[in-house]
Design a protein. Structure first.
Length: 550
């Protein structure tokens, strides 16, 4: 244990951190109501009772071991890895898994569907190198498209062994891929800007995502440019937030263009105080913006999945952090900004709302959106509705370790158009983590974050201190707020992605993406994770972590 970790460990043992200790010791100025009313108010505000995860673990030290390393008392089962057959039809699990989301079957915490994103493919491990003409063959392109998108798998915890397994006899298990037909919804549907398309081919580059209030999944198309180009597809058909119902193959899979087209990391849904739907989103590239969409109409729980139409009409906003305002991205605001700046090219480009959503990043900068340091995952705190944004890093101006920003919406209303913000935690030696990426909350108000240091830079130079990528737990309130405790370490050259809990928080699903990514030759593998019998290469896979105690 390093000196820094020892200090943190002592701190946390000393305070006996538990949810209600934290909650009752005060949430700070952000949530005066909770401080005033104590425990009961806290539970009421959170919308759920505390579960079992908390900080009941002894943090691990950074390590470069080729395994998923966990604190003592925790274990992992590999539930699915690249190439595994997932159903009777013979569909297979895609490559480079990212976002996971558990959907209980009959409210079970031991059997459910798991949605899993598949973000990108690999020449070496999946479809092979380009031909002498610099192109892939149609068969290679088909493989590249099939192994991205998403998987719906059925998973269960075997009663006898307590091991999580894949149920390949599932009636739900299926794939959504770069070959699946999608509909477009919203302002860009059928517009000139997308070549008049109302239906498009497939989804790929699926990074993180989110859950809707009506129990469907949103998945974010991130770095779509490469696959679109290699496959000869129109790139305006990608870079959207897609929606899928894992339980219903007849629910037409769709892309919601009202939410903008950019390098979408994820989509975090909440409600305004007057009942409209809000979706927060990051654009994962250097010097890109943070967005939120607010629906025109209100959420009506009894409408169930018909609420999906809320994502077709509303206003998209971009954050101006200098002014603390959310600026509407409408054709009127964009054209006004272009006129004020005497920018004739922009006036030519932005003539309809379809143009604004399709070329969203450019429109956002025109109206004063603040360029930030790779905004990745966004999560809304279930405690106080502050909004956490992972700004992974931006080496072009010296932010090598990133930070987590916290937006505080005026009047704690996600519908507010003004906000303040703070830097909640900063990466670096002092905190023990670098490059925060995906985020998720537990019911104690702890923020779980995984890190995304580039695999080519791991264990070298300024990243030596952190060893492999990892997972950290950061309390968001109490005296340990902002302190990071390491919970997991990734295999060699891998990134841990897409953490999601079962509702009772006894199991944590986590994707292990790109183990052995720097391998140049199949005879000289840099990682062999998950070390399964008979495997001749590393395989991205999803693990189920258990051992959480009450
Ligand atoms: Fe796919 Fe931004 O990570
Ligand atoms: Ca990510
Ligand atoms: Ca990433």
């Amino acid at each position: 244990m390093t000196e820094l970790n020892r200090r943190k460990f002592l701190t946390y043992v000393g305070t006996g951190v538990t949810a209600l200790t934290v909650a009752s010791t005060g949430l700070g100025a952000l949530t005066p109501k909770v401080e005033a009313k104590g425990k009961e108010a806290a539970n009421e505000l959170f919308g759920f009772n505390k579960k079992v995860s908390g900080l009941n673990f002894k943090p691990i030290a950074p390590t470069s071991k080729d395994d998923v390393v966990l604190p003592q008392g925790y274990k992992y089962d590999v539930v699915a890895a690249y190439g595994d057959v997932i159903n009777a039809k013979g569909d297979t699990f895609g490559f480079n898994n990212d976002f996971t989301l558990y959907f209980p079957i009959n409210n079970s915490n031991t059997r459910g569907l798991l949605w899993v994103n598949h973000e990108y493919s690999s020449e070496l491990f999946v479809h092979g190198a380009r031909g002498a003409d610099g192109k892939y063959t149609p068969a290679q392109i088909e493989k590249m498209l099939y192994n991205q998108g998403g998987s719906i798998i059925e998973v269960y915890r075997d009663g006898k062994e307590g091991t999580w397994k894949l149920d390949t006899s599932s009636k739900y298990a299926r794939r959504v891929t770069g070959l699946t037909p999608f509909s477009l919804t919203g302002p860009a549907r059928g517009s000139k800007t997308v070549n008049s398309a109302t239906d498009v081919q497939g989804t790929f580059a699926n990074c993180s995502g989110g859950k809707t209030l009506w129990n469907t999944v949103l998945s974010a198309e991130e770095n779509f440019e490469y696959t679109a180009k290699d496959a000869g597809l129109n790139d305006t058909h990608y870079g959207w937030i897609i929606e899928v119902d894992p339980f219903d193959p007849n629910f037409k899979v769709r892309k919601h263009t009202a939410l903008g087209r950019f390098n979408h990391e994820n989509a975090a849904m909440g409600l305004t105080n007057d009942g409209r739907v809000v979706v927060y989103m990051g654009d994962d590239k250097k010097d890109a913006c943070v967005y939120k969409f607010i629906s025109k109409n209100k959420y009506v729980a009894s409408r169930g999945k018909a609420n999906s139409d809320l994502l077709e009409e509303g206003t998209l906003y971009v954050a101006n952090m200098g002014k603390g305002t959310w600026v509407p991205l409408t054709v009127e605001t964009v054209r006004k900004a272009a006129t004020d700046k005497k920018n004739n090219a922009a006036l030519e480009k932005f003539q309809t709302q379809a143009d604004v959503v399709v070329f969203c990043h450019e429109a956002a900068l025109l109206v004063g959106g603040t360029p930030t340091d790779r905004p990745e995952d966004v999560e809304i705190s279930p405690f106080d509705k502050t909004v956490f944004i992972a700004h992974t890093n931006n080496d072009s101006h010296g932010n090598f370790h990133g930070h987590i920003t916290r937006f505080i919406e005026a009047k704690s209303d996600l519908g507010s158009l003004t906000f303040d913000f703070e830097i909640f935690a900063a990466g670096g030696k002092q905190s023990g983590f670098s490059a925060p990426d995906n985020l998720t909350f537990d019911s104690y108000g702890n923020l779980w974050t995984v890190t995304d240091m580039s695999s080519s830079k791991l264990n070298q130079g300024i990243y030596t201190h952190f060893a492999n990528n990892g997972m950290f737990v950061i309390p968001t309130m109490g005296k340990d707020a902002g302190e990071a405790y390491q919970f997991a370490s990734a295999p060699i050259e891998a990134e841990l992605t897409g953490p999601s809990f079962t509702p009772d928080e006894t199991t944590l699903f986590l994707a292990v993406q790109h183990p052995g990514e720097e391998t140049e030759n199949l005879n000289n593998l840099t990682s062999k994770w998950p070390h399964r019998k008979g495997d001749t290469m590393p395989r991205p896979g999803v693990v189920a972590i258990t051992g959480f105690k009450k």
